[in-house]
Design a protein around this ligand. Structure first.
Ligand code: NAG
Ligand code: NAG
Length: 446
């Protein structure tokens, strides 16, 4: 009995230790609509849909919020009891599934101060933290970790690659009161370090001493010309000489053609420009290193990690091809609890999800194989080869176009993003002519 009691007490202590500030797994049908608030900042935000998608591990548990319209901004958020992460770890975790083979779109969350006006949330609303994957074209495939410090957003200096397949992945950010952090994907560490080193929150600790100067007589030439070396007398030879084998053509007419001259050829004896031998410089002092001093602008801050009133989690995104599903949102102060929950949710459904996707892919491949077989027996062989070549070329072209559109487009989605197909033209045209161009080009959008 006594032993049981002790175990119970220990368990109780352990359990109260973890605080879950926010958890959302969309397990109660349409009820999520009462917890999530759509922004009304724009009139044409994309619609969110509750679904487990085309393939999943569990038809109910894997239901999450899915972006359902192409080339739209999305903005929704959920509120929780405000808290400060002072003196505690902060864990932000959620799962993302780009089942649509995403071309360009955000997959990240923003964590806001409690005073955010949710119905007015937009791309410029100030947030504490932005975290999660972002994909755009073939060049941007990264995990953002952005912290707001003294009113300014600071991006992580390290490049963290995100997942770009179609399966569900779970992303975790851990922020510790000792100002260290860790990023995990699928419950495995992919990056870690210290806030001070991996972001430019503070000015550098050391700077080059502005007083120090390289002494004028500092000799940093490792090698010098050998003064004893002289150019050999027979060195200088012309670069080109008349071809000794050339002969005046028999029908050469000096009156008509002028005096005959043999063509020039490179001189085999030509040695180029003479340079003296190099020897070690006896006065060499090595390269001069600028001495550093403590930066007077620098003062340490042990509260960079601290946010006073965390109160809203939001999805504020731009997506070209929709279909991303967000699920399993969690904000807690307990790293182990977050890992446990990830194991119990994503950890349990990831394998069956993969299996269902594989089965679907296999089926599709089989159907396509059968179709091509049928076509092959019908069509003339020569024609088919031609067609295939054309198809391949076309595919290459659309891929190039896409890349161009996507790379040009990014940078404009804050204001003009949904007009992404009119890239390049928008900067110098007025609003009126701009809309016209859009109508012209939209049909060619990928
Ligand atoms: C536009 O959206 C894409 C995808 O989320 C992102 O990579 C890019 O940085 C965004 N551009 C701007 C200016 O917000
Ligand atoms: C989560 O699952 C992994 C893989 O099965 C395991 O190694 C790890 O210990 C689990 N974590 C917790 C907190 O149970």
């Amino acid at each position: 009995m006594q032993v049981l009691g002790v175990v119970a007490v220990i368990l109780a202590i352990y359990c109260v230790h973890a605080t879950v500030y926010f958890r959302e797994e969309f397990l109660d049908g349409d009820e999520w609509r009462s917890r999530w608030v759509n922004s009304k900042h724009k009139s044409d935000y994309g619609e969110w849909k509750l679904t487990a998608g085309n393939f999943y591990g569990d038809a109910e548990k894997d239901k999450g919020l899915q972006t359902s319209q192409d080339a739209r901004f999305y903005a929704t958020s959920a509120r929780f009891e405000p808290f400060s992460n002072e003196g505690k770890s902060l864990v932000i975790q959620f799962s993302v599934k780009h089942e649509q083979k995403i071309d360009c779109g955000g997959g990240y969350v923003k964590v806001f101060p409690a005073d955010l006006d949710q119905t007015a949330m937009h791309g410029e609303s100030s947030y504490y933290i932005m975290f999660g994957p972002d994909i755009c074209g073939y060049s941007t495939k990264k995990v953002h970790v952005i912290f707001n410090y003294k009113g300014k957003n600071h991006l992580i200096k390290k490049e963290i690659k995100c997942k770009d397949d179609e399966l569900t992945h779970i992303y975790t950010l851990i922020l510790n009161p000792d100002q260290t952090y860790e990023v995990k994907i699928d419950n495995e560490k992919v990056e870690s370090g210290s806030l001070e080193e991996d972001w430019d929150f503070l000015p550098p600790k050391k700077i080059k001493d502005p007083e120090a100067k390289k002494p004028e007589d500092w000799d940093d030439r490792a090698k010098i010309d050998d003064a004893d070396d002289t150019k050999p007398e027979e060195w200088d030879k012309p670069e080109n000489i008349p071809d000794p084998d050339a002969k005046k053509p028999e029908d050469w007419d000096e009156d008509m053609d002028g005096e005959w001259e043999p063509p020039m050829i490179p001189n085999p004896e030509y040695k180029g420009e003479w340079k003296p031998k190099q020897i070690d410089n006896p006065n060499y002092k090595g390269s001069w290193v600028h001495p550093e001093i403590d930066n007077p602008e620098y003062s340490p801050d042990s509260t960079i990690y601290k946010f006073d009133s965390i109160g809203v989690l939001g999805l504020d995104l731009w997506q070209v091809k929709s279909g991303t599903i967000f699920d399993n949102f969690l904000i807690t102060d307990d790293v182990k609890e977050a890992e446990d929950i990830a194991n119990e949710t994503w950890g349990v459904t990831k394998e069956p999800e993969k299996k269902m996707k594989q089965d679907q892919d296999d089926l599709k491949r089989k159907e396509e194989e059968e179709k091509t077989k049928e076509q092959a027996t019908e069509a003339d062989e020569d024609d088919e080869v031609d067609d295939e070549d054309e198809d391949l070329e076309e595919e290459e072209e659309t891929k190039d176009d896409m890349e161009e559109i996507l790379s040009l487009r990014s940078g404009h989605n804050t204001t003009w993003g949904h007009l992404y197909c009119s890239v390049g033209l928008q900067a110098d045209v007025g609003e009126l002519s701009f809309s016209f161009i859009l109508v012209m080009i939209l049909p060619f959008c990928p």
